[in-house]
Design a protein around this ligand. Structure first.
Ligand SMILES: [Zn+2]
Length: 333
């Protein structure tokens, strides 16, 4: 298993990142460049993120190509239980029967019994659910280990992956630092990184998005001072400080714009239009290899509608906590 893999001979979709670390494109819905898993191929091989149920065979084949057989995989960690990150957990657990599944404690029961999660996903996605995600299958609860504020995964040889609770995008979200490299697996805490433009766009979906938690999680990441940021969407980023700053500024800008739109009108479409005009128009158009289909799937997954709905939901929660009615159009005149 420790034979060196020739980086020039890797199957397409696998990128060697040094220090026994590999990025694996799990080809969400068949398209490249949307969801990335990572393999740390140490004595105790560990996969971070599995992608959707539809991605499980892609991930299995990639792991086999990297010399990780069915009984070799020691650990699977997911940053959170959204289906583009954890939808394949049940299938991967069945394909790799020795692997322990590590997840934040607020997500653990949904991996053991996904019925409720799948019902609410079906309500959000309707018919698109099958094409985009497939079915999250249950994982035997004895194979699931939950982590709280922090946790550890033993990678062997003294190397560890340390998890940090980082809510904001989701209330069951963790970031993970590799003790040997300083690589930080950020999940969706920063949003979505586009390599062709360098833009980072927030991911603020309902029902959990919380600006204050999201900003606190980014500050925690800054304190960790990682070597690289490993995005689930998509890939490794070396401009750490700049990208963390951008992510923070973008979050504030999206929230401010939605707040302002809702002082004119409670209509979500109005807020979406304003975000497109003021915020998204600043992003450079993607170029090169990024396929139009991949961009479309990414827009469905984490685009203006989902982000605005999540921000609006959070603003309503904040207003309710302050004992006010949800915001309504400002009185004029
Ligand atoms: Zn995601």
């Amino acid at each position: 298993m420790h034979d060196d893999v020739d980086p020039n001979a890797l199957p397409s979709g696998i990128t060697a990142l040094g220090d026994d670390t590999y990025a694996i494109d799990t080809r969400m819905a068949g398209y490249p460049g949307i969801t990335s898993s990572y393999l740390i191929r140490t004595e105790r091989p560990c996969v971070i993120e599995v992608g959707t149920a539809g991605s499980a065979p892609v991930l299995r084949d990639a792991l086999h190509a990297l010399g990780v057989g069915a009984r070799d995989l020691a650990t699977v960690v997911v940053t959170h239980i959204h289906l583009d990150h954890a939808g394949g957990v049940g299938d991967i657990a069945a394909m790799f029967p020795e692997a322990e599944i590590v997840v934040h404690e607020r997500g653990a029961r949904h991996l053991a019994d996904p019925a409720r999660l799948m019902r609410s996903a079906r309500m959000v996605w309707g018919d698109k659910l099958d094409v985009l995600f497939g079915d999250l299958r249950p994982t035997d609860a004895v194979r699931i280990r939950s982590v709280a504020d922090t946790g550890e995964v033993d990678l062997g040889g003294g190397r560890r992956l340390v998890s940090h609770y980082t809510p904001g995008h989701a209330k069951h979200h963790v970031g993970l630092v590799d003790s040997a490299t300083g690589d930080l697996y950020v999940g969706d805490a920063l949003g979505v990184y586009n390599h062709s433009t360098g833009d980072v766009r927030p991911a603020t979906p309902p029902p959990d998005f919380d600006l204050d938690s999201a900003l606190a999680s980014l500050r925690l990441f800054g304190d960790i001072a990682p070597r690289r940021l490993m995005f689930s969407h998509f890939g490794a980023v070396e401009t750490v400080g700049e990208t963390l700053d951008n992510a923070q500024q973008e979050l504030r800008l999206w929230v401010e714009t939605v707040r302002e739109a809702r002082s004119d009108s409670p209509d979500l479409d109005h807020a979406v239009a304003m975000v497109r005009e003021r915020v998204m128009s600043r992003y450079r158009p993607a170029t090169g290899a990024a396929s139009a289909e991949s961009a479309e799937v990414m827009e469905v997954l984490s685009g203006a509608h989902s982000n605005v709905a999540g921000i609006a939901h959070w603003l309503d929660r904040v207003a309710a906590d302050q004992g006010e009615a949800p915001s309504r159009p400002a009185e004029r005149g």
